[in-house]
Design a protein around this ligand. Structure first.
Ligand code: AMP
Length: 505
C-alpha cells in the first residue's frame, strides 16, 4: 500500500491486514476502523490534488482537534504535500505571519474564523481557503465526499519534506522546522519498539494535535503499530478516569499527572490494565514521579524531545526509570553535553549544551538559512538550546533553557537549582526563578512563587529558609507571589512572559 511514498508506506504497513481493526474510539461513542480512516485520508488526498496541491506544497491547517485533522495529515502526505498544523489559539495577526512565511497552497480553518481569516489569506496570496469544523462539517469535508476513494500515493523519498512545525516562538519569531519523511518514520519506529507497543494497545489521547507530542509521537506510533486510540477532544480529568479501565497507555504532559493525582480513583487496582504512563514536553518533578509510583505502583516513563528533533531520549522500558531525569539516548540518536563554544565534551555531571544528531533531526528552518546555520552544526549536531548533564550511568537531566541561565555579577546561576529548593519549602506549591535586569549585577535573581492553598508564607520566610542553603549571589533578591504560573498548551512555564511582567516592578 502507498508504494513509493516513504512515510505513508511505512505507517500503513502495520495496519494493512487489519482493515476492520479500530483505529480510534471517538467521543461520540462511534469507532473508526483503519479502513475508514485511510479511505477518508485518500478522499482528502484526491481533493488536495484537485485544489492544486503539487509535491512540496504546504497545506496549512488551523482546526480544532478532531479525527478529520489526522486524516488531513495523512491525506497531505499521500498527496506529496507538506502538512503544516497551526496552534488553534493563534490570532489572525499571528496567522498572517505563518501564511506569509510558509506560502501554503491551501489553508483550512473553521467556519467560525473563516470571515476573519479570508482577508488575511488574501493578503498573503493564499488563494485556496476551505473550512473544516470540529464536528467534521465544513466546505473541505463536503467537497471531499464526492471525491473518489481510490488514490495512488504521490511518490516521495525519505529526504522529502512531510511537515513543517512552527516552534512556539517564546523568544522572537516562530521558526518553521522542516521535517522529512525519514525524520518522522525513524522516530515513530524507534519509539514503537522502545516502548513495546503492540496492536493490542489502546492509547488515551488527550493532547493537542498541532504539536509534535500529540501529533507525531502519539499518532505515528499508533499507526506504526496498528494499535488504537481513545481519542478525546481535550484534556478532561473525568474523561481520562472513565477511559483508564479500558486503556493500556497514557501519554501526557506533567500537568496531567499532577491533576490526576488529586483524583481519589488513582490507585493501583484502578489502573491495573494500564501498562505504561509516559510524560514529556516539560519537566516532571521528581516528587510527582514518586507520588505517582506510590499511588499506582507504576513509574512514569519520562522522555525528552522537541519540535526540531522529535524525541531524543527516553527512560528505559525495563531498566530503572530515574525520577528527575529524561533517561538515555534513543537507539540511533546521539546526545552529547559539551561546551557550546569549543564543542569539547564535558565530564559526567558537568552542565553544558545539549546537542543531538540522528535520523530524527530536522533539516533546517524554513526560509531562515542564517538561523539554521547558527543552530545546526556542519557535523550534523543540533544545538538544542537546553542545558543539561549526563551522569555516570548515562542518564540525562535537563537543567533548563540556556536563555534562562542567569548571569549575575559574572556568576552563572541555574534557575532549576533554586526552584528545587523553593518548591521543597512547606507552603509553596511551585516556583519559577528568572533573571531581571539590574544596574550593578547585569541581572538579579528573582523568584515568582505560587503558595500552597491559603498558606500565608511570606517573602521573608522564603529568604530566611534559602539563606542557609545557597551562596549569597544565588539567593533571590526579589520575590513575587502569583496565583498561578503562566503555561502554554504543553504545560511549559512561559518565563519570557514572567520577565516581561516583573521587569518594571
Ligand atoms: P517544543 O519544541 O515545544 O516541544 O519544546 C521543546 C523543549 O521542551 C525542549 O527543548 C525542552 O526545553 C523542553 N522539554 C521537552 N521535554 C522535556 C522534559 N521531559 N523535561 C524537561 N524539559 C523538556
Amino acid at each position: 500500500m502507498y508504494q513509493g511514498n516513504y512515510l505513508a508506506q511505512h505507517l500503513a504497513a502495520a495496519s494493512i491486514d487489519r482493515g476492520e481493526r479500530i483505529f480510534a474510539h471517538l467521543e461520540n461513542g462511534t469507532d473508526l476502523s483503519y479502513a475508514d480512516f485511510f479511505n477518508g485520508a485518500q478522499q482528502y488526498a484526491n481533493l488536495l490534488i484537485a485544489l492544486g496541491v503539487t509535491p512540496n506544497d504546504r497545506v496549512a491547517v488551523q482546526v480544532d482537534k478532531c479525527i478529520e485533522v489526522l486524516q488531513l495529515y495523512i491525506g497531505t502526505v499521500l498527496a506529496g504535500g507538506v502538512f503544516l498544523p497551526l496552534n488553534t489559539a493563534y490570532t489572525p495577526s499571528e496567522i498572517s505571519y505563518f501564511l506569509e512565511d510558509a506560502q501554503p497552497r491551501v489553508f483550512i480553518c473553521a467556519d467560525a474564523s473563516a470571515q476573519l481569516l479570508k482577508p488575511v489569506a488574501d493578503a498573503a496570496a493564499v488563494n485556496v481557503l476551505e473550512t473544516l469544523n470540529a464536528d467534521g462539517s465544513g466546505s473541505f469535508a463536503t467537497l471531499a465526499q464526492i471525491q473518489a476513494v481510490a488514490f495512488e500515493a504521490v511518490p516521495r523519498s525519505a529526504d522529502d519534506l512531510a511537515a513543517i512545525l512552527y516552534t512556539s516562538g517564546t523568544t522572537g519569531r516562530s521558526k518553521g522546522a522542516m521535517l522529512s519523511h525519514r525524520n518522522l518514520w525513524s522516530n515513530s519506529s524507534t519509539l514503537r519498539d522502545t516502548w513495546h507497543f503492540t496492536p493490542q494497545d489502546k492509547l488515551i489521547h488527550a493532547l493537542p494535535i498541532f504539536h509534535t507530542h500529540g501529533l507525531f509521537v502519539a499518532i505515528n506510533v499508533t499507526l506504526a503499530t496498528g494499535s488504537s486510540l481513545i481519542f478525546m477532544q481535550g484534556f478532561n480529568i473525568d474523561d481520562i478516569i472513565t477511559a483508564m479501565p479500558k486503556a493500556t497507555v497514557l501519554m501526557g504532559v506533567p500537568t496531567f499527572y499532577v491533576r490526576l493525582l488529586k483524583h481519589t480513583q488513582i490507585e493501583a487496582d484502578f489502573v491495573k490494565k494500564m501498562r505504561l504512563f509516559i510524560s514529556g514536553s516539560a519537566p516532571l518533578l521528581a516528587e510527582t514521579h514518586q507520588s505517582w509510583s506510590k499511588a499506582t505502583g507504576h513509574d512514569i516513563l519520562e522522555r525528552y524531545g522537541m519540535t526540531e528533533t522529535n524525541m531524543n531520549t527516553s527512560n528505559p522500558y525495563h531498566a530503572q526509570r530515574c525520577p528527575g531525569t529524561v533517561g538515555l539516548p534513543l537507539p540511533g540518536v546521539e546526545v552529547r553535553v559539551c561546551d557550546a563554544q569549543t564543542q569539547q565534551l564535558l565530564a559526567p555531571n558537568s552542565i553544558g549544551s545539549i546537542e543531538v544528531r540522528g535520523p530524527n533531526v530536522f533539516s533546517g528552518y524554513w526560509n531562515m538559512p542564517d538561523k539554521t546555520k547558527q543552530e545546526l552544526r556542519d557535523n550534523g549536531f543540533f544545538i538544542t538550546g537546553d542545558l543539561g548533564i549526563i551522569d555516570d550511568k548515562g542518564y540525562i537531566s535537563i537543567i533548563g533553557r540556556s536563555k534562562d541561565l542567569i548571569i549575575t555579577g559574572g556568576y552563572n546561576v541555574y534557575p532549576k537549582e533554586i526552584e528545587i529548593l523553593i518548591d521543597d519549602i512547606a507552603g509553596v506549591l511551585e516556583s519559577a526563578v528568572i533573571g531581571l535586569a539590574h544596574a550593578d549585577f547585569g541581572e538579579s535573581v528573582c523568584a515568582v512563587i505560587v503558595r500552597q492553598g491559603d498558606n500565608a508564607i511570606s517573602a521573608d520566610d522564603i529568604k530566611h529558609t534559602l539563606s542557609g542553603h545557597l551562596a549569597k549571589y544565588k539567593q533571590p533578591k526579589q520575590i513575587f507571589f502569583v496565583d498561578e504560573l503562566p503555561r502554554n498548551a504543553m504545560g511549559k512555564v512561559q518565563k519570557n512572559s514572567l520577565r516581561e511582567s516583573f521587569d518594571k516592578q
